[in-house]
Design a protein around this ligand. Structure first.
Ligand SMILES: [Fe+2]
Ligand SMILES: [Fe+2]
Length: 466
């Protein structure tokens, strides 16, 4: 086992080698520029002053960033319904972003502790702390604007969020009752989950035992209080994997310097997914500004948010692509876990195409369809159950322009992810090439998938409600 002296030697050596490295200069520059530019106060102000009535009759982005854009239903919708679909897209997108940024705050803290233990990365740690602080402002504003808009448009109708529906695990229903009790309990603490969590923690701690000196103080504190590692239930990381896997991965991100860097390839993915849509809000903002027109508050929030996030994206990319090379090479085990994480990420977040939500790169699931079923029956459309199902069939299972718009976003995102993952020499080839994501970018495949899912969905609805 490596002793502390060896570790400090290594820290000093890394520190000396690092001097003059390009990425360290970039970290310094990013920290300074982010502090000088910081738009959190502006974002906070916009959120506090937001009144839906003053923004209700304008588009907040180009129309293609609207729910159901390009579908036959969108073509038939009234001008006011189209504007509402544009606003609901903003709400879904940013409530999802708020959830993702809440987990970013935790992982910044977890990994920051590891980088501080490595030594020589003080500016990086300060930048991560600064970003965490910025996220707290962003989250509060998104939630405020999202809530007021949702209440104004659909009142108390419970829609859920189309941006993050987890797929349910239907396998459990086929297990005999005693076995189901072993796997499931109301307290979410079944004997099975206890064994599983302890086994996973045992494996992680055993495999990373030579990294003890880097163990994140955040996790140490939780251990001392006998509290379990937090695992996001929603947002981007929450959708990446079931919570027991997330806890397992967090132990790695909070113990191994290499794995702490690896986490930033996921954070980069979250940054790229958001930027894929957010840059259009910025373009729209600039166009309105140039023409001297009224700028809706949510458009302005998106604009300033992207300016803050540009620094976060640079940091994610720098840590994920360059900084890991400062550290000792990953072990075979670390490579295996890293490969598994990104493989799971491709499967759960990037493996398909939506026909009704431009920019969503995952197949339409029954829970996702339920959101639209409720939306069509909300006061906004006021449809009967039968009407809603008829329209949904046209939107989900027949080829229309929405799929082609979705494909454009899919291709843009694929390119930016390949730019990063293609550089990661330790990654599996399927991850470097983003092959699972690439094969999901097919309208033909999306239509086949949606036809099957819709059949299953409408059958369950008809059995219950009609
Ligand atoms: Fe943010
Ligand atoms: Fe961020």
């Amino acid at each position: 086992m490596m002793n502390i002296a060896t570790s400090l030697d290594r820290g000093d050596r890394a520190s000396t080698q690092k001097q003059g490295k390009k990425h360290l200069q970039l970290i310094e520059k990013t920290f300074t520029n982010n502090q000088n530019s910081d738009f959190t106060e502006k974002i906070k102000e916009l959120g506090q002053d937001f009144d839906y009535a003053n923004n209700c009759d304008r588009y907040w982005s180009p129309p293609e960033l609207s729910l159901l854009y390009g579908t036959p239903l969108y073509e038939a919708a009234s001008p006011s319904q189209k504007i509402a679909l544009n606003h609901l897209y903003w709400v879904g997108n940013y409530i999802h972003t708020a959830a993702s940024e809440a987990s970013t705050m935790i992982y910044n803290t977890v990994t920051g502790g590891v980088f501080r233990a490595v030594g020589g990365y003080e500016t990086l740690c300060k930048e991560l702390e600064f970003e965490t602080e910025q996220e707290s402002y962003h989250i509060r504003t998104f939630q405020k604007v999202g809530y007021k808009t949702k209440m104004a448009l659909v009142g108390k109708t419970i829609l859920g969020n189309p941006f993050y529906h987890k797929s349910d695990d239907g396998m459990m229903q086929f297990l005999p009752q005693p076995l189901r009790q072993f796997f499931i309990s109301n307290e979410q603490n079944s004997p099975f989950s206890d064994y599983r969590d302890r086994a996973l923690s045992f494996i992680a701690k055993g495999m990373l035992k030579d990294k003890k000196q880097y163990y994140s103080p955040y996790l140490k504190e939780l251990d001392e209080k006998n509290e379990s590692i937090p695992a996001a239930a929603d947002g981007l990381v929450g959708r990446l994997a079931p919570q027991h896997w997330l806890r397992f991965f967090t132990l790695h991100w909070g113990s191994s310097p290499f794995m702490a860097c690896q986490y930033y390839s996921i954070r980069y993915t979250a940054n790229a997914i958001l930027k894929n849509q957010e840059h259009l809000y910025v373009k729209y903002f600039r166009e309105l500004e140039r023409q001297g027109e009224f700028i809706p508050t949510p458009t302005a929030i998106s604009h300033y948010h992207l300016l803050d996030e540009a620094f976060h994206t640079t940091m994610s990319q720098t840590i994920a692509r360059d900084m890991y090379k400062d550290l000792p090479k990953p072990t075979a085990y670390e490579k295996l876990v890293s490969g598994r994480i990104i493989y799971m990420m491709q499967q759960s977040l990037l493996s398909g195409l939506s026909g009704v939500l431009p920019g969503r790169c995952v197949a339409d699931t029954p829970l996702f369809m339920l959101f639209f079923y409720k939306l069509l029956q909300s006061p906004l459309f006021g449809m009967s159950a039968r009407e809603a199902l008829d329209w949904m069939k046209k939107c989900f299972t027949q080829e229309h322009n929405g799929f082609h718009v979705g494909l454009k976003y899919h291709q843009n995102l694929l390119e930016s992810l390949r730019r990063l993952f293609g550089c990661l020499d330790y990654q599996w080839q399927i991850n470097r090439e983003m092959s699972i994501m690439a094969s999901g970018g097919s309208i033909e495949r999306a239509l086949v998938n949606n036809s099957q899912t819709f059949k299953q969905f409408s059958r369950s609805i008809l059995a219950q409600e009609i």
